[in-house]
Design a protein around this ligand. Structure first.
Ligand SMILES: Cc1cc2nc3c(=O)[nH]c(=O)nc-3n(C[C@H](O)[C@H](O)[C@H](O)COP(=O)(O)OP(=O)(O)OC[C@H]3O[C@@H](n4cnc5c(N)ncnc54)[C@H](O)[C@@H]3O)c2cc1C
Length: 385
């Protein structure tokens, strides 16, 4: 059972103080500003300097040590300030950098990971395509080997950070037909590569983060940019995606906590029918239910992170964590907006931002229907909840 240590509490306070001064005061502006570069790029440098991008990464490759628990604390606190900002950091560290760290060969890893962890370079992870959403076997973006290089043709879409990323880990088909996981490889592609065009996509929520559509038109990538094995790289990255579900759960937890805090503050001050809304039983029951559900998520997130830290199998727990955390964040955010009434519907209210930010967590890191499929298969093989 998760028991936060004094070090964990101290780390949480440090991150929380940073968020209160550097993120929360700007969260509404970053959400509203739909200009070319809404992402607060300076955060990569700041978090790199503090050593927080490296939390949970080994010191031998430029990380700061610590483990999954510390990384969960960081994402929970960042998302409490701005979930969209946390999403950009999450993709950078826990997908792009984590894939290079665990799957790439030493030379590729050393070329990129220390700079990514220092915040000098930025990363993205690209598998989604127009015809490949929840079903990754449908990836069609193709890489043809030509001597000591690959030539890429095809598209990606909905790729976080890819408008600006220095290195994009692109899932490509190197053999076989769509419908199989085999034949999928991963390439570390320079964001400025010739033959790659990237365009920004406007979206409903998580607006400080940036989404890109990518087009590869005879884009040449050196063969030594192969991450993992040819035709098997994506399969090797599955463990990274499984880890990612724990951190995505922590992000959803932070977002849910922010919604709970906003709801408690509002019902404490808004008066109707002769007193604060907080004096009405139905409102009190709603706040209690939000609290109970988030408490359950907290236990799940940190217990799964602890399992991972102990080196025990955690794949099914990670699926459950991401599923419950994301659906709870959606429910809590909707209740938060409901309790705010028209006040929460206004664009300067954080309540409507939480409501728009939460939904992606149900599809990201594998749609929740797929998590349910995996959970069913695990139970059928003897997994005990
Ligand atoms: C803000 C944001 C950030 C993103 N960032 C990235 C990124 O960095 N990198 C990246 O590669 N992708 C990213 N994506 C895309 C993400 O990977 C996809 O949204 C996800 O894979 C689901 O695909 P889809 O949206 O095309 O939905 P679809 O696969 O078309 O699914 C549509 C609906 O059907 C449901 N569904 C799917 N399969 C089943 C099934 N077997 N049974 C029942 N229901 C099912 C889904 O849950 C969903 O409700 C991002 C998307 C958004 C919105």
């Amino acid at each position: 059972m998760y028991e936060p240590s004094a070090e964990h509490d101290e780390f949480r306070s440090q991150v929380s103080r940073f968020v209160e001064t550097e993120i929360t005061p700007h969260a509404t502006t970053w959400d509203r500003d739909d200009s070319i570069h809404p992402y607060p790029m300076h955060l990569f440098g700041q978090l790199g300097e503090l050593g927080w991008l490296g939390v949970g990464f080994d010191e031998s490759i430029g990380g700061s040590g610590g483990g999954p628990l510390e990384r969960c604390i960081m994402f929970e606190e960042l998302a409490r300030g701005s979930a969209g900002t946390a999403l950009g950091i999450y993709v950078h560290t826990s997908l792009a950098t984590a894939a290079l760290t665990t799957v790439a060969n030493t030379s590729l890893r050393d070329q990129f990971v220390p700079s990514l962890l220092a915040g000098e370079l930025t990363g993205a992870w690209a598998y989604a395509e127009p015809d490949s959403g929840a079903d990754v076997t449908q990836v069609r973006c193709a890489a043809r080997r030509d001597g000591d290089q690959f030539v890429l043709n095809g598209s990606k879409m909905y790729i976080t950070n890819a408008t600006f990323a220095d290195v994009i880990l692109v899932v490509v088909r190197t053999s076989g037909e769509p419908g199989r996981l085999g034949g999928l490889s991963v390439l570390a592609v320079d964001g400025e590569s010739e033959g790659l065009t990237r365009s920004s996509m406007a979206k409903l929520g998580m607006r400080p983060s940036e989404l890109a559509e990518l087009h590869f038109d005879d884009c040449v990538v050196p063969a030594d940019r192969l991450v993992g094995e040819l035709d098997n790289g994506f399969r090797q990255c599955l463990a990274v995606l499984s880890q990612g579900r724990i951190f995505a759960g922590a992000l959803a937890l932070g977002l849910g906590n922010a919604a709970l805090q906003a709801a408690v503050a509002h019902v404490g001050t808004r008066e109707q029918f002769g007193g604060p809304l907080a004096t009405k039983q139905a409102v009190r029951m709603t706040i209690a239910e939000m609290t109970v559900r988030l408490r359950g998520v907290r236990l799940l997130v940190y217990e799964t992170a602890e399992k991972m830290a102990r080196g025990e199998p955690y794949d099914t727990d990670a699926s459950i964590t991401k599923l419950v955390a994301s659906e709870t964040a959606t429910w809590v955010s909707e209740r938060c907006l409901h309790l705010h009434g028209a006040n929460g519907y206004m664009l300067d209210s954080p309540a409507q931002r939480f409501y728009r930010d939460c939904k992606i967590n149900e599809w990201g890191e594998g749609a929740n229907e797929l998590q349910r499929e995996m959970i069913f298969e695990a139970v059928a093989k003897g997994y005990t909840p």
